[in-house]
Design a binder for this molecule. Structure first.
Ligand code: FE2
Ligand code: FE2
Length: 290
């Protein structure tokens, strides 16, 4: 499926954002530092499409947009689909100009899960690797890229300067709303992330779809895996409570599998599918609401 309207969807491939993050954080534990070589390399190599994508994302993710989109999708009630139905659906998302060299979405899902399994982690952790990006089905519900992927961040309070392309927030109408631009904005310090509105994307959406079926650690991994200003930069501690802090250890543990396991070789699906079918059956009923 080719993404219509390049002005709204500047990424050539939806996964260009994911690849860009891996470039921004090139090694486990690396931080974005404006004086470092890494940062210079990063800003010089970022593709124009990725920059345009960040501009749209930072400009359009307003408090009003997040509230309206949550109303539209939550609680999930529009479609009843099994995990594999949704995975097949997601695999239709081939938005590269040369789909022959583009791996299907399931490749990253299996590569992430297999790396977690190889390190001997529990079943629920492996399952999380498999499903963590399935919220990207939002693209097939005609949401623009800037409302599906990208770094996530709290809306309704001051934007962390650690958020990549922070300068684009000046284009956001919320930039001029005084109430939204104090440090904690509309929130109480230490209120806990459950009380915070995050920018809308595949993380929050999938969390809402699967939360009743998976352990709390897995819920956090899915819900906050793109919240780099939080889990990588530690710049939103003032909104977090003790439970968030504890759970973010798991989010960080997950992040290295998400970022550093991509490769061009396609997994041997035939050999692996029996294991993954059984794993999904252990946690999910035949159909769930999306
Ligand atoms: Fe993701
Ligand atoms: Fe991912």
């Amino acid at each position: 499926m080719i993404q219509k309207n390049p002005t709204e969807n500047p990424l050539e491939r939806l996964d260009d954002w994911d690849d860009d993050v891996a470039q921004r954080y090139p090694s486990p534990g690396a931080k974005l530092d404006s004086d470092s070589q890494d940062f210079r390399d990063y800003s010089e190599t970022t593709r124009d499409g990725v920059r345009d994508f960040y501009r749209l994302n930072h400009e359009r993710q307003t408090v009003d947009f997040v509230k309206a989109t949550r109303e539209k999708y939550l609680p999930p009630r529009a479609r009843s689909m099994g995990i594999w139905d949704a995975m097949d659906f997601l695999n239709e998302l081939v938005d590269d100009s040369d789909p022959d060299i583009e791996l299907p979405q399931i490749a990253h899902a299996i590569q992430t899960a297999e790396a977690i399994r190889a390190d001997g982690h529990p079943d629920w952790f492996v399952l999380t690797g498999l499903i963590h990006d399935m919220g990207k089905v939002l693209c097939l519900f005609d949401e623009p890229q800037w409302a599906v992927t990208g770094d996530t961040f709290p809306v309704g309070c001051r934007y962390s300067e650690k958020i990549v392309y922070h300068e684009f927030f000046e284009l956001n109408p919320d930039w001029k709303v005084e109430e939204f631009q104090t440090q904690a904005g509309i929130y109480d310090v230490g209120c806990g992330l459950d009380n915070v509105l995050m920018s809308w994307g595949h993380d929050e959406y999938l969390y809402q779809v699967v939360k009743d079926y998976i352990p709390v650690e897995a819920q956090y991994m899915i819900r906050f895996h793109s919240f780099y200003a939080g889990h990588r930069e530690g710049d939103y501690d003032f909104l977090m409570n003790e439970r968030d802090q504890e759970m973010f250890r798991w989010v960080r543990k997950f992040n290295r599998y998400d970022l550093y396991t991509k490769c061009d070789t396609e997994p041997d699906y035939d050999a692996l599918m029996p294991f993954y079918r059984q794993l999904v059956d252990e946690f999910f009923p035949a159909k769930i609401w999306w």
